[in-house]
Ligand binder design. Structure first.
Ligand SMILES: [Zn+2]
Length: 110
């Protein structure tokens, strides 16, 4: 099992802590921002899973690329891809995207 924690600048003064735990084929992504604490999806985790290190304020920003590797083949990646496709598809309603965000949050929290 491997674990990486990043400090991410958010709307609060104190940076949020975003933690990724890789255990075999499973990836858990946790964030202590308000959305994350309520078990919802948040942009902090998604940005890092996209390999976007711009908001990381700690010294380990270069490790964000490892999360992209960890994501490959996990149910989190599948849920993220499904949500992205729904967002791009004009046929999909906002409700569908909202449901897929919940599914993504569930995948990240398990
Ligand atoms: Zn967050």
């Amino acid at each position: 099992m491997e674990e990486l924690t990043f400090l991410v600048k958010g709307s609060a003064t104190k940076p949020y802590e975003v933690t990724f735990i890789k255990d075999g084929n499973s990836l858990t992504a946790l964030c202590d921002c308000p959305a994350g604490q309520f078990g919802n999806s948040c942009k902090h985790r998604i940005a890092i899973m996209d390999g976007d290190a711009t908001a990381i304020s700690g010294r380990n920003a270069d490790q964000a690329s490892r999360i992209v590797e960890w994501l490959a083949g996990t149910d989190v990646e599948a849920a993220l891809t499904e949500m992205r496709q729904a967002e791009k598809d004009p046929e999909k309603t906002k409700a569908d995207v909202a449901n897929l965000k919940k599914k993504l949050a569930k995948a990240m929290n398990s």
